[in-house]
Design a protein around this ligand. Sequence first.
Ligand code: SF4
Length: 214
Amino acid sequence: MEDYLLLSGLQHFQFCKRQWALIHIEQQWEENVKTVEGHYLHKKADTPSIKEKRGNKIIVRAMPIHSHELKITGVCDVVEFIEDENGVDIVGHSGKYKAFPIEYKRGKPKKGKEDIVQLVAQAICLEEMHLINIDKGYFFYHEIRKRVEVSITEDLKKYVKELTDEMHHYYQKKHTPKVKTGPHCRSCSLKNICLPSLMNKITVQQYLERNLYG
Ligand code: SF4
């Protein structure tokens, strides 16, 4: 699976294609408070307790997942398998189950789709691995301590397929998209890497204008 991409990159790609390329193609990373806190929460969800049965539910933590169709691999924070007569068999358990991915997030629901594309990609992986259909998933937002349901629609699955196709295209070409600044740059964990080069260019240009053509 060496040409498979990390599922977690989808949220970066949705947020800013350049940010994704800086992290996943150029391997640049700068930890700010948000990413450190995010790692902490993920670590908690990633405790290797793996499987637990509670009533009609099987809860699997830190479940490795992949999709050959999207050529991505990743880890689901939590997958809940809930007994349902319309579900499918799960190896080692009696009864039939429906599966729901649950992703832990540090903040509260975002305006953009960056969290949602990640959850939808997880659902696509689980569908492919277990030959099931997943129509909803959940986020658990740490800041508001609330579980939020998300409908996993066919349109969203199609959108995620288009995103991963584009990611593979950039990745094969090792192409980092140019800077396209916007309000999102303010909360970007790579702005100190990405924007100074832009600033330098402006300064050099201003310098030349002032000193050579002024
Ligand atoms: S600073 Fe802005 S353009 Fe640069 S990587 Fe971050 S979000 Fe993208």
